[in-house]
Design a protein around this ligand. Structure first.
Ligand code: AMP
Length: 119
């Protein structure tokens, strides 16, 4: 599958549409999900053009991979989620329910997240 530069997160990265930013550095951007599923629902995306986690791990530099993972803990600290806990999740492909084809982690927190998956 080819990366579509017109996907919504690519537009956010190009600042063609706004986002409610939580954190940004040279490698990542984190912002509030427009349709939060929990009290706190953040999306973390790499700035590079990657479809999903497999594409990222195959093509990204070690530095990009390290920075993407480190950003999770940075955001968690920023939002003081460590003590009460949180959940990260990445939907991949059709069966995973991925809607936006630019790699993203969902970070849920601020309340009990509940069952891991629903039937
Ligand atoms: P996924 O189903 O894993 O691809 O998740 C895509 C997520 O992007 C959903 O939770 C949407 O609510 C969220 N989303 C879509 N458009 C925007 C936007 N413009 N700003 C913030 N979040 C968005």
């Amino acid at each position: 599958m080819i990366y579509d530069k017109q996907n919504i997160f690519a537009k956010i990265l190009r600042k063609e549409i706004p986002c409610n930013k939580v954190y940004e550095n040279d490698y990542v951007l984190a912002f509030h999900d427009v349709n939060p599923q929990k009290k706190l629902h953040i999306l973390l995306i790499p700035k590079g053009e990657y479809l999903n986690l497999d594409d990222f791990n195959e093509k990204a530099t070690d530095k990009e991979i390290i920075e993407f993972n480190k950003a999770i803990s940075h955001i968690v600290k920023l939002l003081k989620l460590s003590n009460e806990g949180y959940r990260i999740l990445s939907n991949i492909g059709n069966n995973g329910g991925q809607e936006v084809l630019h790699l993203h982690y969902h970070i849920f927190g601020g309340e009990k997240i509940g069952p891991m998956v629903t039937k």
